[in-house]
Design a protein around this ligand. Structure first.
Ligand code: ZN
Length: 365
């Protein structure tokens, strides 16, 4: 094992031993209700204000924030923390502190500053379930740690990653439990590397029989995400899906994305990946063909409706019926495959090496 990832020393540290991650937990909101024990706010000029156990903050103009319970107005950005290291924002409870950054006039972004290892405890039960076999939970933790750390190194914005499926789902302290904490502790600091660099460890719920490369799906050259067959997820409850939509409704949705479509007569796959995911398809109406990507169709119709681009589509009367396998974009690790591999005795290292090619394991300093 490579002992250290050099890049780890280049990122800010939390008060404990792990790097400090900035996670967007509220996007473009006008106000936030914040609570915690003996809250303190550090304003944009460096002054500290005591706020008791509860404060409601509203974004106003000129990068200022109104504290609505005390009628104070403070210059941003604001950093808010409590004496016991956890802060509630609206319905979420987060370790670390909260930063409020003015965004587009009277709106703000809510960012949780949290140590990487603490963050992971708030990811496990949002992404899978900590009652899964421990080696699968550890594989999930190492994938999530690697992904978050890579985003931390690459991100140029005020935050490193979002708390949704755009990156990985994070719900903070309220979903932590002992099994999640154990998987984090027993893999402390471990990340996957390729050529000595932490990888962008994409993963998804269920591959439907084979994964695909990031080069195919996202046009990103990440050699460690080469397509691989997966014989593990075939009995997953989310393996097969079906969705039917009226032709008129489909035309309306595609038109709402700005494309000149009034009617859909045929939906014809045009270009496939080597594992059979649809890269591009033709939306055909009389005298007109519009080509869109499979992932774009998922975005337009709904990621929970067309669950993957591994589907066949047929016209049935006035409707289109999509039948597919898998759930998610199909790059990197398959979460249900990880679960079944763990049930069959594979270690977290073996599981990850199955889904990511030519990787090594390193430890963040
Ligand atoms: Zn799979």
């Amino acid at each position: 094992m490579v002992p250290v990832v050099a890049a780890a020393s280049e990122v800010p540290r939390g008060r404990g031993s792990s790097p400090e991650l900035k996670v967007l937990v509220g996007r473009d909101v006008s106000r936030a209700a914040i609570s915690g024990r003996s809250l303190k706010i550090i304003d944009g000029e460096g002054w500290t204000h005591s706020c008791g156990d509860r404060v409601s903050v509203k974004a106003t103009r000129d990068n200022r924030f109104a504290l609505t319970l005390s009628a104070r107005s403070l210059p941003g950005p604001l950093r808010i923390f409590s004496i016991d290291g956890a802060v509630s924002v609206d319905r979420g409870l987060f370790r670390g502190s909260i930063e409020l950054i003015n965004h587009a006039g009277r709106r703000m972004n809510v960012i949780n500053l949290v140590e990487l290892e603490d963050y992971l405890c708030g990811v496990v039960n949002a992404e899978i379930h900590s009652s899964w076999p421990i080696e699968a939970v550890k594989a999930q933790v190492v994938a999530a740690r690697t992904y978050a750390f890579r985003r931390m190194l690459d991100s140029g914005s005020a935050y490193h990653l979002t708390a949704t499926t755009e990156d990985q789902v994070y719900r903070g302290r309220s979903i932590e439990d002992n099994d999640a904490a154990r998987a984090v502790r027993e893999t402390a600091g471990r990340v996957m590397t390729y050529n000595g660099e932490p990888i962008l460890a994409y993963y998804h719920a269920c591959c439907g029989g084979a994964t695909d490369s990031a080069a195919d799906i996202k046009d990103r050259d990440l050699p460690y995400t080469a397509s691989t067959t997966c014989r593990w997820c075939g009995d997953a409850p989310i393996y097969r899906w079906e969705f039917t939509i009226a032709a008129r409704a489909l035309a309306r949705l595609i038109a709402s994305s700005g494309r000149p479509v009034k009617q859909v007569d045929r939906v014809v796959p045009r270009r496939l990946t080597q594992s059979g995911r649809i890269l591009e398809l033709d939306i055909a109406s009389p005298g007109k063909v519009v080509t869109i990507t499979g992932e774009e169709l998922r975005r337009i119709v709904g990621y929970q409706k067309i669950k993957s681009t591994r589907f066949v589509v047929a016209r049935v009367g006035d409707s289109f019926r999509f039948r597919g396998t898998g759930h998610g974009h199909g790059i990197g690790a398959c979460q249900w495959g990880m679960r079944r591999m763990a049930e069959n005795g594979y270690s977290w290292q073996q599981i990850l090496q199955h889904y990511y090619k030519d990787i090594a394991f390193s430890r963040l300093r």
